[in-house]
Design a protein around this ligand. Structure first.
Ligand code: SF4
Length: 380
């Protein structure tokens, strides 16, 4: 029975006969394993970057903005994004699936195979439903209550079938072993990403279907950045936990009034994906260091919380790439340099990276982070 965290027979076949052999044959370059975080190319690109600019995973992987302008607007111009209804709902649905798994595990640890009480434990959460929903903005409460409730019931039913099924195959399982077999996922695992210049509190779901795997549950449309973020999480796990992570899985959950659809996409976290992640991270860090505006992409995701900031002036002037006079006027704290000022006094990020990695001037010569920058709030 398929659930958000549980594989279908098709998924299992693909995993066993395609993705696991691919993973076992994966020949990841040693320099791109997270446990080599202290040397190029994985170490943060300039001295102090990991201390001053710890990036959230979404920022480093460009989940919000393909060019990374969101990082610039937030960290340099110090403008906070508007949180869209879609983002609020996605956060709520994430919490729903996390809570169902957590309550099921707690039920097993407390009541072992007393299915009735475990079921009560899992449905008791429904009594708290009202208070959870009341914490959301008024505009999304109705949708969150109905769709979230369906998601809860959907996932709870599937978990509830899995538990007795697992015990019927292995009647002498301890509660701990039952949890490991029936619910092989850790939701909301916290990983220290600071080795790589990322947040100390990265939050990631980790499945162990034959081997550790980054699981990314998405309630929106598929985007290439989803896999890039998976590479970032894999590197962070390798750095913090010293275990190889070769596979990722994005679970796309779509919901309408009638049904819940789940599509699972496995992928290999290979050299190319790792390298792309590291380059995206470095580019954003250099943009912060030099207070450089990376500009706008061809197309902005409609869900971006900075649409009004980046396109507010554009809609009035008809220009899609305005000089951001409106944005700058909103910033009262860190006035950025113009692009001309920056370019006349800097080498490009790519040149600097290359110089550092080629070991020019002996050992890797790192730039220093400016001491005057304010340390940003550090969150996942
Ligand atoms: S509105 Fe566009 S340019 Fe601005 S941060 Fe969002 S995606 Fe980037």
């Amino acid at each position: 029975m398929e659930g958000v965290y549980f594989l279908t027979e098709d998924d299992r076949k693909k995993l066993l006969y395609h993705w696991l052999p691919e993973s076992r044959a994966a020949d990841v370059v040693e320099d791109l394993r997270g446990w080599n975080w202290y040397r190029p190319p994985l170490e943060p690109p300039f001295e102090g970057a990991d201390r001053v600019w710890r990036l959230r995973m979404g920022e480093a992987a460009g989940k919000g903005c393909p060019t990374g302008r969101d990082v610039y607007v937030r960290r340099i111009l110090q403008v906070e994004p508007e949180v869209s209804e879609q983002a609020v709902l996605a956060g709520f649905y994430h919490e729903v699936v996390h809570q169902v798994v957590y309550r099921a595990k707690r039920g097993v640890y407390t009541y072992d195979t007393d299915w009735g009480r475990i079921m009560a434990e899992m449905t008791a959460a429904g009594d708290e439903w009202e208070s959870w929903v009341r914490r959301l903005p008024i505009g999304v409460r109705d949708k969150a209550a109905t769709t979230g409730r369906r998601l809860w019931d959907f996932e709870a039913e599937r978990i509830f079938v899995r538990l007795p099924e697992t015990v019927s195959c292995h009647p002498h399982l301890s509660a701990d072993a039952m949890v490991a077999r029936a619910l092989p996922v850790v939701t909301g695992q916290r990983i220290d990403g600071s080795y790589l210049g990322l947040s100390r509190h990265l939050r990631v779901d980790v499945g162990t279907w034959a081997e550790p795997m980054v699981v990314n549950v998405k309630f929106g449309v598929p985007r290439p950045e989803d896999k890039l973020a998976g590479a970032g999480y894999a590197l962070a796990m390798e750095a913090a936990l010293e275990v190889p992570v070769n596979l990722g899985c994005v679970v796309y959950v779509s919901m309408d009034d009638q049904r819940i659809g789940i599509e699972r996409e496995f992928y290999l976290i290979d050299d190319a994906l790792r390298q792309m992640f590291v380059e995206a991270r470095d580019e954003r860090m250099y943009n912060l260091m030099y207070r450089r505006d990376p500009g706008q992409p061809q197309e902005c995701p409609v869900s971006c919380g900075f649409i009004n900031v980046c396109h507010g002036a554009a809609t009035q002037s008809g220009c899609l790439h305005p000089p951001d006079a409106a944005v700058v006027s909103q910033s009262t704290v860190n006035k950025p340099k113009t692009v001309d000022e920056i370019e006349s006094s800097e080498v490009s990020a790519t040149d600097l990276r290359r110089e550092g990695r080629d070991g020019k001037a002996g050992a890797k010569k790192k730039d220093k982070a400016p001491s005057s920058v304010d340390s940003p709030a550090e969150t996942a």
